[in-house]
Each structure stands twice: as C-alpha cells, then as structure tokens.
Design a protein around this ligand. Structure first.
Ligand code: BMA
Length: 328
C-alpha cells in the first residue's frame, strides 16, 4: 500500500527492539520492562501513565508520580535514549495568573503535544472533581497553566497535533467523580484553546472494553486516517481490566470511525501489568513515531505502578486495524 505518515518527524535513535522471533503480535514489549521503576525517586510510590516526546536530540517527559502520601502530581524528566530517565525530585510548578485555577487538588495522566509553536500538556486536573487541565511550555523550564477545558467530570483529554478546520481539537471522556463505570470518547473543538464546543461522539464501548474507553497517545496522522490508540476496560468479578487497541478515524471529520480493530492489541499479561497497586492495567499515554522507519515506541502505565514500553510499526498497526475491523 502507498501508505505514509503525515506531518511526522524523524527520530533516528527511537527506542527500539525488533519483534521477537516467537511473537506474531502487532505490539510487542520491551524485554527489560518496566522501563521506569516505581521507586525511581526517594519519595515515589508509583510512576506510571506518563507522556514522552523527542526534544533537542534526546527525550523529555511529563510523569505521573504518586508519592508516599498518595499525592498525585506531574513531574518533569529527561533521557538521552528514552530508556534511562532522570526525573526531577520536585513536581512541575505552574505559572498561572488565576489563583482559582492554579489551586492544586491533584494532577494525573498527562499527555504531551507539539502544536504550532509550543508543547501543550493536558492532564486530569482536580477542580471539584476531575476535569481536563491544559498547560504549555516552550522550553521545559517554565510551564504555564491555562483554563481547564471543561466542567467536571472529565478525563483523558488528548489534543490533536494540528488544528482541524482552523480550530484546536481534543478528545475527552466524560466521566463521574469516582472509578467511572461507563464512558465513551468525544471530540471537541476550540478557537482559542479556552472555549470548547462542537462536541461529537467518536467511540463507544466494545467487546474487550465493554465498560469504558478513553483516548491514549496523541493521534498519529497517516494517509489512511488518524490512527488513535486507546485504552478500554471491562469489568471482571475482580475489578476492571484495562487493555489497549486502535481505530482509524476520518482525516477531515475525526469523530467518524473508518475502521475499529475488534481485538485488543495489548492486554495485561506480564507480571508487572497484572500485579501492582491496581492489578491488570495497561494504560498508554504516549507514542514516539519515526516517520522514516514507521517504528513506534509506546509508553504505558502498568498496574498503576510502573512505566513500561512496547513497540510496533505504524504501517503494520494500520493494517491490523483494517484486517481485524469490527463489521457492522
Ligand atoms: C483510571 C485512571 C487511570 C488509572 C486507571 C486504572 O480511571 O484513574 O489513572 O490508570 O483508572 O486504575
């Protein structure tokens, strides 16, 4: 197929391992997982659902760290190779000109998006319940916090890496105040990154994720559509089980699903995914993509405890979504 990544970047030294000879899965794990242990910082209880981007020939990330008081906050880190990380011991301090918005309750599950001239951070922000916090940085030294995108309750705010029809665009997942037992992915637009509207339904639940779904990493633009990796949960007699899969969305109207893979691509099966503070969770928040080789490195939280890495090829993932697509 004459398939291409659109608006991609070259990441020649992207973290990578070839698919093991005995594996035929579309996504395969880094053999030295977890890539970040729970206790990398002196006071960390867990380091998981986190975001990573290439930056100045190396990598930077915004990390979800729950500390030993169980305070949930966002931390900044750097890595030369995307594997060994140095995370700053203090959480990110946000510059914000509105004390009401700046008030800290909790912050978790960040995503990082290069958009126009800056890196945006979106996260689940506590403001009388979870909503979508938005901030940005030009240099990963000074971080600015903006208005929350929505009223509570909402989670999994994921920005598009470019405007759609001249508007900023974001996925989100309306929720409740607890461990939400429902949830579909929605699409919204904004002229200014402050006021959000034009809400459209994107994706509902499915067979392996019959309880809820939420957008994962920043969507990847391809000639076949937007490739969106998402997480989904089913409810077992022992609690939620979080897996991940992918859909292809219309380039022009990204709320329209073109193909949806019927099976999951990665489910909790390794010990670090099945055992931890919350068992049976794989939760992707970032994917590095090298446009030249189609290599993809997916960072995901495992069991709400550690950060793990998995690999895939963009062209193979798109083919997988088409080949296994749910038939109406
Ligand atoms: C979701 C979020 C995630 C977490 C997941 C599994 O509701 O809170 O941060 O990884 O539950 O516990």
């Amino acid at each position: 197929m004459n398939f291409q990544i659109v608006n991609g970047v070259s990441i020649p030294d992207i973290p990578w391992e070839d698919r093991p000879a005995d594996c035929s899965d579309v996504v395969w794990r880094y053999q030295h997982n977890p890539v970040i242990p729970r206790n990398l910082l002196k006071d960390s209880n867990s380091i998981f659902n986190s975001a990573v981007v290439p930056y100045q020939g190396a990598y930077v990330g915004v990390f979800r760290i729950d500390d030993r008081r169980r305070v949930m906050n966002l931390f900044f880190g750097r890595s030369q190779d995307g594997l060994a990380w140095q995370i700053e011991p203090q959480p990110i301090e946000w510059v914000c000109d509105d004390a009401e918005i700046a008030r800290f309750q909790y912050r978790y599950d960040p995503r990082l998006t290069w958009l126009e001239d800056r890196y945006y951070v979106t996260w689940c922000n506590g403001y009388y319940g979870p909503t979508i916090g938005i901030g940005y940085t030009h240099d990963f030294t000074t971080f600015y916090q903006m208005e929350n995108a929505y009223l509570p309750f909402n989670r999994n705010g994921v920005l598009f890496p470019r405007k759609i029809h001249g508007k900023y665009a974001m996925f989100s997942r309306p929720s409740d105040n607890g461990h939400t037992p429902f949830g579909d992915i929605f699409y919204s637009e904004s002229p200014d990154m402050v006021h959000w509207g034009h809400h459209r339904h994107v994706l509902g639940t499915g067979s392996w994720c019959y309880t809820k779904v939420g957008a994962g990493p920043i969507p990847i633009e391809t000639t076949e559509g937007w490739l969106l990796i998402y997480h989904g949960a089913l409810t077992s007699c022992n609690g939620f089980v979080y897996s991940m899969s992918a859909v292809l969305l219309d380039l022009d109207k990204p709320w329209k699903v073109i193909y949806r893979a019927a099976p999951y691509m990665l489910s909790p099966q390794m010990i670090y995914e099945c055992v931890g503070d919350v068992p049976n969770v794989v939760f992707p928040c970032a994917a590095l993509v090298d446009q030249d080789t189609q290599r993809m490195a997916i960072y995901y939280g495992a069991a709400d405890t550690v950060t793990a890495l998995a690999f895939a090829r963009v062209d193979e993932m798109v083919q997988f979504v088409k080949d296994t697509a749910v038939k109406d």
